[in-house]
Design a protein around this ligand. Structure first.
Ligand code: IVH
Length: 665
């Protein structure tokens, strides 16, 4: 049986290699899955033949990693960076001089991810260590095993018994885009670039989640005793034969012109690659020459990196506009004369905040540098002062009044943002409140997105959310982009929202500090809006988990005459302002006193359903991990920051199945 299991493992690894390294699959996904299933079955039946390098282990195990710090056998040096042809020429000439003869170089792409060092013993992956400080790194072996382009067992026979490879772990653009889309949906901050995403992923403490992130890896260096060749290029080619993914872009050059041509070619062509690159690495090929040249404390003398210039364009600053967000924060945006940058036309760039405008010393009509670094949104990085004429435009200063409602802007001490305080009269803030009111977890009114709310508001049909209940269908139908059917849907959905239970209506009011959980606690504690509105601060803080800040916010909200009228109007339209008995019954207290954080994507129920279940059983939901968290209910693609924090605080992570078992769901 042992032979059969091993043969199947070899066969699957070969299929992996064809798929992930050569991008040339041998069999259909379905056949592949069947083989994996068969192997899993055999491994379950014959646990005595378990092997950490079995392809079934690539999905990651359940163990949580507490990374062990280990010392690198060979320190992981970095490369000295150069930014110009001149510096590359200097490197070349310096090296010819030191070696006393012409030499072969190898040009490679500099992949922009995280570096990794992987040790192989007797043809099997034994340990993978991050760069760390170059001398010590984190043992991330279990995570690296999930990367399918990294072989667990090597092909062929001519590898040394013990050697290391160095390479770059990457998150392909397509995976990065999907991950960020999910994170935004999940209300988690998106990663700024694929490098950050890859580095966050490889440090995750749950290899299962790493496996879902589809990382890739290129190997760019082989080191150890008894390597097959005395040339770096030849050793890398051999590594390709052993099953490693080695870039097709590596090229041997025999003179400086070839190196410069390589740089020029890839500076353009790299834009078509599926992964991020930030330069070219130029290495002396002969390992004997490498040893002769040696290294400084930081970097080898036999290699340099040439970094591609960030994609930058110069264009004219036409004006600065100010956008008021739903929370009242005012963001300055530069309007630019259209310019091509990294294949897109850029007309606007973020200016972030008042301090940044000041730092740039912007004047109207300035020629400004626009860059797209590793980040996605272009930014202004400087002014071409030399192109200013005698007639310099007026200095740009941050506005002091809200462009939407004219209120005087305020800035909170210690914060970078300026914001408009007049939340009751400032149109974007009012629209924001209406959007919150209709949102799925609040009144769940379909058929209205942000744009349509804007349209109804701008056309004067609604002034606040309560006007939705008196909307005249004929008026809506007269507006652009509305048809009979969509109007009927909207009106139906508004009517149905009158059945939404009190706790969600309370949440929909948009009282600052009152999120879903607090709204529910208040609804259960006070049972009706009338009781809540007449509550004192003492009454409010006596409710479990309601602190002084929330209590004061509730008082302030109901002290405002406009809010009172708003509530009265909603009442008159028949919305529910009394708790439903059903909410109070059917509950249990098995989760009482326990705080949960829900993170990731789930298969069996939606996040909202899980939240409701937690509350139904007396537990509490929280949006962020803290020392007060008891459990994290984790689905797929849980955010790495949350995971790290949970691990450092020793918080238990449970899967949806474990949760359902616990609650009898
Ligand atoms: S060679 C001693 N080759 O760039 C040799 N590095 O500072 C050291 N990198 O973090 C590295 N692509 O992870 C080499 N083709 C390539 C590379 C590469 C990316 C990274 C490497 C390191 C940094 C160099």
């Amino acid at each position: 049986m042992k032979e059969k299991i091993e043969a199947l493992r070899r066969e699957i690894e070969e299929l992996n290699y064809r798929y992930y390294v050569l991008s040339d699959p041998l069999v259909s996904d379905r056949d592949y899955d069947e083989k994996i299933k068969e192997l899993e079955r055999l491994e379950l039946d014959y646990p005595q033949y378990a092997d950490a390098n079995s392809p079934t282990q690539r999905v990651g195990s359940d163990i949580n990693l507490d990374f062990r710090q280990v010392e690198h056998q060979y320190p992981m040096l970095s490369l000295s960076n150069t930014y110009s042809e001149r510096e590359v020429r200097d490197f070349y000439e310096r090296t010819v001089k030191a070696l006393g003869e012409d030499f072969e170089t190898v040009c490679e792409l500099k992949y922009d991810g995280v570096s990794i060092s992987i040790k192989y013993l007797d043809g099997a992956l034994s340990q993978a260590i991050t760069r760390g400080d170059g001398v010590h790194g984190d043992d991330v072996t279990a995570n690296v095993r999930t990367i399918r382009s990294i072989p667990l067992k090597l092909h062929g026979k001519d590898f040394p018994n013990e050697f290391e490879v160095r390479g770059e772990i990457l998150m392909p653009w397509s995976v990065f885009d999907d991950l960020n889309r999910e994170r935004i949906e999940d209300e988690e901050p998106p990663f700024a670039n694929p490098r950050n995403a890859a580095s966050g992923t490889i440090k995750l403490r749950d290899p299962k989640i790493v496996a879902l992130r589809h990382l890739d890896a290129f190997i760019y260096y082989v080191l150890g005793e008894g390597l097959p060749s005395t040339g770096h290029y030849e050793n890398l080619t051999k590594a390709g034969d052993w099953g490693f993914k080695v870039s097709d872009a590596i090229k041997k050059c025999t003179n400086l012109d070839q190196i410069l041509a390589y740089i020029a070619y890839w500076d353009v062509e790299r834009k078509n690659l599926p992964v991020a690159t930030d330069g070219v690495v130029i290495k002396v090929n002969s390992t004997a020459s490498q040893n002769f040249l040696g290294a400084t404390a930081k970097s080898p003398r036999w290699a340099i990196a040439y970094k591609f210039p960030p994609e930058r364009a110069v264009t004219r600053l036409l004006s600065v506009s100010y956008q008021v967000g739903r929370t009242g924060v005012v963001t300055p945006v530069a309007n630019l004369e259209a310019v091509q940058l990294s294949g897109t036309v850029v007309k606007r760039a973020s200016l972030h905040n008042a301090d940044n405008i000041e730092k740039l010393d912007l004047h109207a009509g300035d020629n400004v540098y626009v860059e797209k670094g590793g980040e996605i949104i272009p930014k202004i990085t400087g002014v071409d002062v030399s192109s200013r004429t005698l007639f310099v435009g007026e200095k740009i200063t941050f506005i002091d009044k809200c462009p939407e409602c004219g209120a005087k802007l305020i800035r909170i001490e210690g914060e970078a943002a300026n914001f408009c305080p007049d939340k009751n009269h400032c149109p974007p803030q009012i629209k924001g409140k209406i959007e919150h009111f209709i949102s799925r977890r609040a009144m769940n009114i379909d058929g209205l997105g942000g744009e349509k709310v804007g349209q109804l508001y701008d056309s004067g049909l609604i002034h606040d959310a309560s006007d939705l209940y008196t909307l005249n269908p004929a008026d809506v139908l007269r507006l652009d982009r509305w048809a009979r059917k969509s109007v009927d849907n909207l009106i139906g959905s508004i009517r149905r929202s009158k059945e939404v239970p009190f706790e969600r209506v309370l949440f929909a009011l948009g009282i600052p500090e009152v999120g879903e959980t607090v709204a529910k606690r208040l609804a259960i504690a006070f049972r009706s809006i009338d009781c809540l509105m007449s509550a004192t601060i003492e009454d409010l803080v006596s409710v479990s988990d309601i602190g002084i800040v929330t209590a004061q916010s509730v008082l302030d909200f109901f002290a405002d005459a406009l809010n009172k009228t708003f509530v009265e109007r909603l009442k008159s339209f028949g919305l529910r302002f009394v708790i439903d008995d059903a909410v109070l019954s059917g509950n249990s207290d098995i989760l009482s006193g326990q705080t949960f954080v829900i993170s990731g994507v789930f298969k069996k129920h939606s996040r909202d359903e899980y939240k409701a279940m937690i509350e139904k059983h007396g537990g509490k939901n929280s949006g962020s991990v803290s020392s007060k968290t008891d459990y994290i209910l984790a689905g797929d693609n849980m955010g790495p920051a949350k995971l790290d924090k949970a691990n450092s605080l020793g918080i238990k992570i449970i899967s949806e199945d474990e949760f359902l078992e616990k609650t009898g769901g």
